[in-house]
Design a protein around this ligand. Structure first.
Ligand SMILES: [Fe+2]
Ligand SMILES: [Fe+2]
Length: 244
């Protein structure tokens, strides 16, 4: 039977609900209707127009780039948990919120509403689509667990940290092959199940939906949010990963 005495209290630094709350709404607040210019796009109207014309596959693949950066944040938390090091749970909670709002409620919804039905109708890659859909559902359950356990107030015991580590491991284990299969099999095949005209139109539809949900240039704001979390975690500087 689990002894929940103080010597079992562990790694995760207690952060108040208020401190978590301060960060989480920031995700929403950082996606205003009237966006600030992204630093890389300042005064570069041509580039903005170019961004509006990306293809559906490019749009979905750069969203996988955001997913990958969150997976790195999850990797780092798993490393901290394994090493029994303390950390601020609000970073992980915010990362899980970005997964929920940007990946599950936006990116995966695009796949489910615009890609999967067209593959089913064409009778192509149906088994793959079934698996991808089941994995979206499983991912949402894992995100709910990660989000809840990262909220620190409940993460006081060894059993909770083990549950959190298991959920992070399961999420990482599933999403790396999931997105790799979409990038290399599903997205390249998408052109074969729609007309060129429909393909181009969907690129515009995706961008319109992104603007509706996250404001103009919303993708770059989400990238900035992820970079902010990486900085708090100490994994932002890319050069640190170059072998010496
Ligand atoms: Fe997917
Ligand atoms: Fe995807």
């Amino acid at each position: 039977m689990l002894d929940r005495s103080s010597n079992r209290r562990i790694f995760l630094q207690r952060t108040s609900a208020a401190s978590v709350g301060l960060l989480l709404p920031a995700f929403g607040l950082a996606l205003p209707q009237k966006p600030l210019p992204h630093k890389d796009n300042e005064g570069d109207k041509g580039k903005d127009e170019e961004n509006d014309k990306i293809s559906p596959a490019e749009d979905l693949m750069r969203e996988h780039g955001v997913l990958n950066r969150i997976l790195l944040i999850y990797d780092e938390h798993l490393r901290l948990l394994t090493a029994k090091q303390t950390f601020d749970g609000s970073v992980l909670a915010s990362a899980a919120d970005i997964i929920r709002r940007f990946i599950e409620e936006y990116h995966e919804k695009l796949e489910e509403d615009f890609l999967f039905p067209r593959f089913r109708k064409a009778g192509k890659l149906v088994s793959l689509v079934d698996t991808l859909l089941a994995q979206h559902k499983a991912g949402r359950e894992l995100t709910a667990q990660i989000r809840e356990l990262a909220s620190t107030a409940t993460l006081k015991y060894v059993s909770d940290t083990e549950k959190l580590a298991d959920a992070l491991r399961a999420f990482l284990r599933m999403y790396r092959p999931h997105e790799a299969r979409e990038d290399t099999v599903l997205f390249p095949a998408f052109r074969s199940v729609v007309s060129p005209h429909e393909y181009d139109g969907l690129g515009e539809d995706f961008e319109k939906k992104e603007d509706e949900l996250f404001g103009e240039d919303g993708f770059f704001k989400v990238v900035d949010q992820v970079a902010g979390l990486e900085k708090r975690l100490g994994i932002f500087e890319l050069a640190q990963f170059t072998p010496r």
